[in-house]
Design a binder for this molecule. Sequence first.
Ligand code: SAM
Length: 395
Amino acid sequence: MAFPQSSTVHRKDLEEVAEIPSPGCRADLPLEAAPAEPLAAPRLRSILSAETVGLAKNFSGPDDLRLRDGHGRALTDLRLSVTDRCNYRCVYCRTGSEGAQFTELPIDSYLRMVRVFVSLGVEKVRLTGGEPLLRHGLLDLIREIARLRPAFSSAPLDIAITSNGHLLAAMAKDLKRAGLNRITVSMDAVDAETFSRITRIPKSFERVRDGIRAAQDAGLGTVKVNCVLLRGFNDSQIEAFAEFSRREQVIVRFIEFMPLEEGRSWSREMVVPMREILTRLSAVRPLVALPANHASETARRFTFDDGLGEIGIIAPVSEAFCGHCSRVRITSDGKLRTCLFSQSDHDLIGLMLRGATDDEMISWIRRVVQWKEARHHIGEPGFLKPSRSMVHIGG
Ligand code: SAM
């Protein structure tokens, strides 16, 4: 399979940076289902009763103050990109000739955004990029985030990171000490040569494998290893990944390829669907389904009949899970995105730079998320590719 090496069309100038949701975002909602005016919530912590803010009659307790979109989904999961730079140029993600396209914000600005979202009910913060381990100040950011407490839950804030693992061996202990709970490492082959062909970086497999082991040793939970499968490129690795999960005691998660690449090379034929992955894995050993950890979990979980190894399958293309989406994203340049496939993003940093108070940020965020897309439309007629690719959103 050939991946185009040529430069891609710059879509930056097509992006709409809007303070109110754009018509593009609203198209998902039927007119009659247009969301009600957002809650007039001047200061979250000062809202103690339904009467004080004139909430709807069916107010059922403090949980109603959680950040919710226009479809009633609670938004508890924040993905924050802390850099647009990456030290890998994975063939299915990047053209290989493009560099970073968007700026980075000072660590303090990210921290303020996270703090406001946590006050709105975010319970899980995932740091991503680009490659987050490249970001100067990352440990300080984690340390500060780790001091925050979820507004509507007694459980501690869950802080995770998604990384390519290249710098992980040297950083794992410091990440743990700073307060990181968990790490997901992206790894698209367990065969070293295939891995280097994908990342375009020599000897990258050994670095990432050592990073995974260092993360396990540092106590960063059971490491999750994410593998995007591409037909004819790395789908020969499915069985070897099953062995890798059992041998290294990691959770391997296969992810269907989505149309989010810089080079715009996606086609449905390249996607290896969940059913096919399950058939292949069952031939290794009989699979046993595991219960979901929570309703918005993206992966369907399995182990083998002897209980050794864990496999997750994330199937956004063949079995979309948008109905339970609890995610909201902030890009490295401070734009709020309500969906990976959004046609526009929303200028949160612009609002902050104009001097918005936390209360004003809260009201604005509540308004924007009312128009969170109901679902993506991958593979449907009229599907529009999103305004940014995965590496420039933060996966
Ligand atoms: N650099 C970090 C890493 O490699 O994990 C974080 C950013 S990377 C964009 C996040 C994840 O997105 C990786 O697991 C990558 O495999 C995945 N990804 C990139 N392009 C994708 C696509 N078109 N479809 C599905 N997953 C994709």
